[in-house]
Design a protein around this ligand. Structure first.
Ligand code: SF4
Ligand code: SF4
Length: 105
């Protein structure tokens, strides 16, 4: 398919980031996360990248623009840029979350 994945729906369907995004996606260090959901509530709906996954809070990198709106609200500073991420490290189960009843966006 040609063109950038400009909408969230396209990114979900194609499992691709928008190629025009300059910033790397962020990831949550689950060892430090206290599952407060503050980040999830601050991720803009047009990105909608943060999900509750069982006991974890996770960021799907293909949906994360690196806008950093989640960073200042994290009380334990456990959200970090992940410039070296690869699609292969994103578990398939995470992709069941967007557009499901667990999708908060
Ligand atoms: S950087 Fe922006 S898009 Fe990415 S998870 Fe945080 S708030 Fe959402
Ligand atoms: S704001 Fe920080 S501590 Fe709270 S759920 Fe998000 S990553 Fe975890």
């Amino acid at each position: 398919m040609s063109g950038e994945a400009t909408t969230r729906d396209e990114r979900i369907e194609r499992r691709e980031r928008n190629g025009k995004w300059q910033n790397p996606p962020l990831f949550i260090d689950m060892l430090d996360c206290i599952n407060c959901d503050a980040c999830l509530r601050h991720c803009p709906p047009n990105f909608g990248a943060i999900f509750n996954h069982g006991a974890d809070v996770v960021i799907i990198p293909e949906l994360c623009s690196g806008c950093d709106k989640c960073l200042p609200v994290c009380p334990v500073d456990c959200i970090h840029p992940n410039p070296d991420w690869t699609p292969a490290e994103v578990p398939d189960e995470w992709w069941t979350l967007p557009k499901s009843e667990h999708d908060p966006y």
